[in-house]
Write a protein that binds this ligand. Structure first.
Ligand SMILES: Nc1ncnc2c1ncn2[C@@H]1O[C@H](COP(=O)(O)OP(=O)(O)OP(=O)(O)O)[C@@H](O)[C@H]1O
Ligand SMILES: [Mg+2]
Length: 446
């Protein structure tokens, strides 16, 4: 009789498992949809380009799916209870029926029959509990499946067992790329159950045979058309990714042989769009260097030419910024990111200049801030400003993932190649607005 009770648990448990998996998936999809649409940039995009009806329809579709699957899961749970109750009632009826006939024939005493039914009733309780536990465990296993999928995911970038910390010398380190070819990783970073829509296909190489050397304390400018691979090259230095082939070296040591913590302490990055957390300016600045004191904070901000702007804010350093807080302008954000970098005091600096904020007022301020930031550090700057390019020790021209030209501004201009064209289209027009070009040409820090 016990198998009779365990059968529905098994059958319905399996269905419930499937439904639970779909429910969690729909829940995650709806969560990420809301997260994306309701953050500041998402909401702005949806106001400017979306239509209320379309957005409402999409939300309705997702929440409808979640409602349906929730109802299905409730029906299966009820169905299970009904089947178990029905089985209990039926078996009691059968025992009474058969036992009654036997009692009439005199084979079984009435007392024995009543005792049997009473014992049977006692047995049902634990059996029912056992079968609902089985169903509970089967659905809980789905949660475990999802959790372990994340826990078991091997980090793409990890310390080697033999990794050593970066040697901190007097001088900034030399950085070199040797025959680096790189393709973006695809499927191994996606989590199947968390990214249902991620149908990633492995792309071709983004970088081909990149070789160059940045001498200690020098500044290298990367220029090239959009999508050429400039940001990709810069992301290999702090090991956001590992090259598919070839090596990136810091003072001759392969970055894969250095501990990640020390590498990321030594390499400071200011990305194309400097992100700020929804927190105070102070907290944002201290994120990379929690032990810095208030004087260090002020000094870094003064060097990045953002101190006066911060002081003019309603709560100074305690002003809450970020998506949901006070919104700084693009140029201010970049300078705040520079201050964050100065506090961390890395010996290698990677800077992805923002293409926006090219107005002349900001230009002069950022240029001066840059000079203090980069002094004495080995730096790689993805340059969109003429003044930055002019102050670089070497310029690398990247196109289609390859280094096409390499040299100083004058050498490259004289060659009449890609740089010459780029200079005419992108940089030459900046002459008028870039008030700091002369400063840059003189090369003396202000
Ligand atoms: N995370 C990623 N996954 C897959 N491909 C990527 C990824 N990031 C960039 N790419 C691809 O790599 C190529 C180079 O991109 P990259 O961001 O390095 O260009 P870029 O030179 O910095 O351009 P821009 O000047 O517009 O910033 C592009 O074709 C881009 O589509
Ligand atoms: Mg880029």
């Amino acid at each position: 009789m016990i198998p009779l009770f365990l059968m529905p648990a098994k059958m319905i448990g399996r269905r419930l498992q499937r439904v639970t998996r779909t429910r969690m998936q729909s829940d995650a999809e709806l969560g990420s949809l809301m997260n994306e649409r309701f953050n500041a940039s998402g909401a702005m995009l949806s106001i400017l380009y979306g239509s209320r009806r379309r957005d409402a329809d999409e939300f309705g579709r997702h929440s409808g799916r979640l409602r349906d699957v929730g109802a299905k899961s409730a029906v299966y749970s009820r169905l299970f209870l009904i089947v178990v109750a029905l089985l209990t009632a039926l078996t009691t009826a059968v025992v009474y029926g058969l036992g009654g006939v036997l009692a009439v024939r005199g084979t079984l005493e009435i007392g024995t029959l009543v005792a049997m039914v009473a014992l049977l009733m006692r047995l049902y309780g634990p059996i029912n509990q056992l079968s609902s536990i089985q169903v509970g465990i089967m659905t809980a296993l789905i949660s475990f499946e999802r959790i372990f999928e994340v826990l078991d995911l091997k980090p793409l970038i990890d310390d080697r067992g033999s990794a050593v910390p970066v040697r901190r010398g007097e001088q900034a380190p030399e950085v070199s790329f040797e025959g680096v070819t790189f393709r973006y990783p695809s499927e191994q970073i996606s989590i199947a159950s968390l990214e249902p829509a991620a149908e990633q296909t492995a792309g071709g190489p983004v970088l081909h045979d990149i070789t160059f050397r940045m001498t200690a304390g020098s500044m290298t400018a990367l220029v090239g058309p959009s999508g050429a691979g400039k940001t990709t090259i810069s992301s290999l230095i702090p090991r956001l990714y590992d090259p598919t082939e070839g090596k990136v070296r810091l003072d001759g040591v392969d970055v894969r042989d250095l501990t990640l913590e020390s590498l990321r302490d030594s390499v400071g990055v200011v990305s194309q769009d400097a992100h700020l957390f929804h927190d105070t300016i102070r907290a944002n600045l201290l994120y990379g260097c929690p032990e810095a004191g208030p004087e260090d904070l002020e000094e870094a901000c003064a060097q990045a030419l953002i101190l006066d702007t911060i002081r003019a804010l309603p709560d100074g350093f305690d002003t809450v910024v970020g998506d949901r807080g006070y919104r700084l302008s693009g140029g201010e954000k970049q300078r705040l990111a520079l201050a964050r970098l100065l506090l961390k005091a890395p010996s290698v600096v990677v800077l992805d200049e923002a293409t926006a904020h090219l107005d002349s007022e900001n230009e002069a301020a950022i240029q001066r801030a840059l000079r203090t930031t980069l002094a004495g550090r080995t730096s790689l700057v993805i340059a969109h400003r003429l003044s930055t390019v002019l102050s670089a020790d070497q310029i690398l021209v990247v196109a289609d993932g390859r280094i096409r030209e390499q040299g100083t501004h004058e050498q490259l201009l004289a060659r009449g190649g890609i740089y010459h064209d780029l200079y005419r289209t992108q940089f030459a027009t900046q002459k008028i607005s870039a008030g700091s070009v002369d400063d840059a040409l003189l090369g003396e820090p202000v």
